[in-house]
Design a protein around this ligand. Structure first.
Ligand SMILES: O=C(O)/C=C/C(=O)CC(=O)CC(=O)O
Ligand SMILES: [Ca+2]
Ligand SMILES: [Mg+2]
Length: 419
């Protein structure tokens, strides 16, 4: 069945009726934040749809989950509510359904041009964890820092490595990123330095948004983990490599990462991604029983990074794919809870940098320039690490038969450090 909306959706759009990603927006600068769904070049205001009584299914009827400034309440309700909402919205927006199509007054209120709205971080993020799940990324970093013999530590093959990130500095796409200051490593006989980071980098990642959480002490089974994941966003784990390199032994990343993490505004649901599921890479050694999945899936999501120096055209610097992840997001989530740690609705689980096997599929400048040793040329100029004024733009898209299920963009521009 070819699904079509009465809202015009171009063939290249990331947001056809098959997608319906969720975000939170303000229609005007003074108005209250509310949940919305993207359709073509419009945002459907779910608070208006809800107030009009159009969520009439058994779970959502009478619920105030769409009269909220964040998605947390809806996230907590879980897959049955998500499925009901998706079915209701898909029907309301479809070409053959008159309820909204022929209600000029409601359409006027509920369908707002995307260009007019302000997007916000769509959920309160209690905790943010960042994994390290691409073997290509782990191997490249390992060769750089430890040499080819010890590139990947033995533990990497047995468990999805992660560190606890900083939730307070997760920002929405379009937010400027101030170059962090901090300590960098000594070189030769000189002592460590302090100042603006000299090795500011991006990391191409995606992240899972947690739905229902788990009680403290009650792990989530890996085969039920998908029911605890609402959907995915693009994520840029901005990284100051000099600060990170000097501080991260022995406890891991701290100030080299916590100054900013950017996410894309639209959460693409696992339901929308379903048709793009693909086999995850074979794992050798086989994972322990608590990490063994009946089916181990990734998604075929084409990822691209553009770098736009100030006043110049953007230049594509990376093409990668979510399918390259070794540890799946469901394994990450199960591992996260196996010790009894509780996840909560709205928690964010970053995948780690998604590098692929090809030289043009490396997910950060650290790898692309081999820690600054091989500058990258960008039509007429070059980069080792990011400069002030540089803008980094991620996109992600699943290519369907005649339609896309996309993530839009995740962007941020580097501002100079304070004096
Ligand atoms: O392998 C190492 O010792 C270091 C790895 C990194 O620096 C990569 C990194 O920043 C982790 C991440 O992807 O967030
Ligand atoms: Ca990272
Ligand atoms: Mg970060």
């Amino acid at each position: 069945m070819a699904m079509k909306s009465f809202v015009e959706v171009s063939a290249e759009s990331h947001f056809p009726l098959q997608n319906l990603p969720y975000g939170v927006f303000k229609p005007e600068s003074g108005s209250l934040p509310r949940p919305g769904v993207a359709i073509g070049e419009f945002v459907l205001d779910l608070s208006e749809i809800s107030s009009a009584g159009l969520f009439s299914g058994p779970i959502l009827n009478g619920s105030d989950c769409f009269n909220q400034p964040t998605l947390n309440k809806f996230l907590e309700m879980g897959r049955p509510a998500w499925k009901e909402a998706r079915a209701t919205i898909q029907k309301l927006l479809s070409e053959s359904e008159p309820t909204l199509r022929d209600n000029t007054n409601l359409k006027q209120k509920a369908l707002i041009p995307m260009s007019k709205v302000e997007m916000l971080v769509p959920m309160t993020i209690g905790d943010y964890t960042d994994f390290f799940s691409s073997m290509h990324h782990a191997k490249n970093c390992g060769i750089m820092f430890r040499g080819p013999e010890n590139a990947i530590n033995l533990n990497w093959y047995y468990l999805p490595i992660a560190y606890h990130g900083r939730a307070s500095s997760v920002v929405i796409s379009g937010t400027d990123i101030v170059r962090p200051r901090g300590q960098g490593p000594p070189s030769g006989n000189s002592p460590p330095y302090f100042g603006p980071s000299r090795k500011l980098d991006f990391e191409l990642e995606m992240a899972a948004v947690v739905g229902p959480g788990n009680e403290l002490g009650k792990p989530i089974d890996v085969n039920n983990a998908a029911d605890h994941i609402f959907g995915l966003v693009l994520l840029n784990d901005w990284s100051a490599r000099d600060i990170q390199g000097w501080e991260y032994v022995p406890l891991g990343p701290f100030l080299g990462k916590s100054f900013g993490t950017t996410i894309s505004p639209w959460i693409v649901t696992l339901d929308a991604l379903g048709p793009f599921a693909c086999d995850a890479p074979k794992q050798d050694p086989p994972p322990m029983p608590y990490l063994t999945e009946k089916t181990s899936n990734n998604y075929d999501i084409q990822l691209e990074v553009q770098l736009k120096p100030a006043g110049q055209d953007p230049c594509v610097v990376t093409k990668s794919n979510f399918r390259h992840l070794y540890w799946t997001v469901t394994q990450q989530l199960a591992h996260h809870t196996i010790n009894g740690c509780n996840l909560r609705p709205g928690d964010l689980l970053g995948t780690g940098t998604i590098s692929g096997p090809e030289p043009d599929s490396l997910g950060c400048l650290l790898e692309q320039t081999w820690n600054g040793q091989k500058p990258l040329s960008l039509n007429g100029t070059s980069r080792t690490f990011l400069e002030d004024g540089d803008e980094v733009i991620f996109t992600g898209v699943c290519k369907g038969n005649g339609y896309n299920v996309g993530f839009g963009t995740c962007s941020g521009k580097i501002l100079p450090s304070p004096q």
